[in-house]
Design a protein around this ligand. Structure first.
Ligand code: ACM
Ligand code: ZN
Length: 524
């Protein structure tokens, strides 16, 4: 191990709320036991499994009381007031390690912090050859997240991402205490989730005849793409895998726009009737769902019904962005609906549709999220807004008493370039360097004090047009997602770019161990 990688060098990301360094250290040995107190569930076993592989120690998980030298995990509901649902206390002294939390999530995060106090070799999947000393500095840490929504978005619709990669990504997210992964499962260019009632969605919608050519996006590449989709069994496995790591998978089913893959399979739910083919270029499709047609509204609610069966997430994302409403202007059914419902503008027809979706989701105990375009025709009563065209929409929604997730193109679009210059890979455009992400403030200073609680958190989006492989996704995601993790977890007053970059340099050694294809830091 290198000198910079000793355990005395504390570099925790995201920075904890409070960290007190004590003198001395604790060493993990072949006789260390992990004591799982009642209520700690599988967290002790999870931590043990993580530590066993690199150390080769037995690390038995036992019940009963703490003993000298042990690592103890304890749930104490009374800590909820001090630590919230996800916070933890971690104390390390020469005689042992104790992690306390009000819930299993807190124990999990305490375990992550413990791993970051150990040499980065602890993240190795294989036994690390001796002589590695598994030493942890003595500390008292109290920690809890600033926001409840600490998110990233993946886009398997544009380029499919295999389930094994989603699992790896969830692992890396959890290692940064990120807890929400939005899956953009459907778009003009592909439908990627099995829906049993409508098999053509994946039979037809998960295949496109070609894709934009790499390096020349206006041309086609002449290569059929697909069928690529997640089966319901795979979705269930992914949901369970993420749950074990305290990550919620939030499905996004786009409607009424970005919907051409569905219309290629079921053209009768469009305004014009088709036929359509799954889109082979990036960009926005003019043909969208026909909300004038009761059967089309039934179709999308059926789809959401199956989706809510698969995903336990309280939040379900219905997209709602970039839906050109021109087809509705010329559609007799849409115009009849508008007259019957007294709607003056097409934007209000989108709100009418959202109302149906929101009520349907509420009947299943869920809440609807949409991109900020859902403000245009008036928000439905319980809609949650994901603000992407800047923070304006988010501010308006929060002021009207709606919950908001901030994901503006100015700071959170991780498909934009990280640096300028010919060495960077092709991308959609834009420029959001690491430092810019780090300086993001999810709560706009102009927002009234009593409305600030409506900002649930923030999310970085990895739109997939120019990410052909999982390695590409990792390159665009990291280390920017590391900066976002600190933005959404750590107190705003403790944010310090220089300090963060110092910790990040050491943290990259951990990403190496995790096999993440991150972008190297610029030499300075
Ligand atoms: C979006 O980037 N169209 C939400
Ligand atoms: Zn119509």
């Amino acid at each position: 191990m290198q000198a910079a990688d000793t355990a005395n060098d504390i570099a925790i990301i995201p920075a904890p709320v409070e960290l007190i360094r004590r003198s001395g250290d604790y060493t993990l040995t072949g006789t260390t036991k992990i004591v799982a107190r009642p209520g700690s569930g599988s967290e002790a076993e999870f931590l043990a499994a993580r530590l066993r592989a690199p150390t080769g120690f037995a690390l038995p998980v036992v019940g009963g009381n703490a003993t000298d030298g042990c690592i103890e995990l304890l749930v104490d509901r009374s800590l909820e007031t001090a630590l919230g649902h996800e916070g933890y206390r971690l104390s390390v002294n020469a005689h042992g390690v104790r992690i306390r939390a009000s819930s299993r999530a807190g124990l999990f995060y305490g375990g992550i912090t413990l791993c970051q106090l150990l040499p980065s070799a602890i993240l190795s999947a294989q036994r690390v050859p001796q002589p590695a000393r598994w030493t942890i500095p003595c500390v008292d840490i109290e920690d809890r997240p600033r926001f409840s929504w600490r998110g990233l978005l993946l886009d398997p619709a544009r380029h499919f991402l295999p389930p094994e990669f989603i699992k790896k990504f969830v692992d890396v997210m959890a290692f940064h205490k990120l807890n929400t992964l939005q899956l953009h499962l459907t778009d003009d260019q592909g439908w990627r989730i099995e829906i049993q009632k409508y098999p053509r969605l994946t039979q037809i919608g998960s295949v496109r005849s070609e894709s934009p050519r790499k390096g020349d996006r206006k041309q086609g590449d002449g290569t059929p793409y697909g069928p690529f989709f997640y089966t319901q069994k795979q979705i269930r496995e992914l949901v369970a895998y993420a749950q074990d790591r305290h990550v919620t998978l939030v499905p996004e089913i786009e409607m009424p726009g970005h919907f051409l893959a569905a219309l290629a399979a079921y053209p009768e739910y469009s305004c014009r009737g088709g036929p359509f083919a799954v889109r082979t270029r990036w960009g926005i499709e003019p043909d969208i769902l026909c909300p004038g047609n009761d059967a089309a509204v039934g179709f999308v609610t059926d789809v959401l019904g199956e989706v809510t069966e698969l995903f336990p997430s309280r939040f379900i994302h219905i997209g709602g962005d970039e839906a050109p409403r021109d087809r509705w202007k010329n559609c007799p059914k849409c115009q009849a609906r508008m007259r019957a419902e007294g709607l003056a503008k097409e934007a209000q027809l989108q709100t009418w549709l959202n109302h149906r979706l929101e009520k349907f989701l509420a009947s299943r105990g869920r809440r609807m999220i949409g991109w900020d375009e859902i403000l245009e025709g008036g928000l439905t009563p319980d809609a949650v807004v994901m603000s992407w065209r800047g923070t304006k929409g988010g501010i308006a929604a929060a002021e009207a008493g709606h919950d908001v997730i901030m994901s503006p193109t100015t700071h959170c679009y991780f498909d934009y370039a990280q640096a300028r210059g010919p060495q960077e890979p092709e991308c959609i455009g834009g420029w959001i360097p690491l430092e810019k992400v780090y300086e993001f403030e999810p709560v706009p200073p102009t927002l009234a004090e009593d409305k600030r609680r409506h900002i649930l958190g923030a999310q970085g989006n990895l739109w997939g047009e120019y990410m052909w492989t999982p390695q590409d996704v990792e390159y665009f995601a990291f280390p920017r997602a590391v900066a976002l993790a600190e933005v959404v977890w750590s107190p705003s007053q403790s944010r310090n770019l220089g300090d963060f970059l110092g910790r990040l340099r050491r943290h990259l050694g951990r990403l190496d161990r995790l096999g993440v294809n991150y972008r190297k830091l610029d030499q300075r």
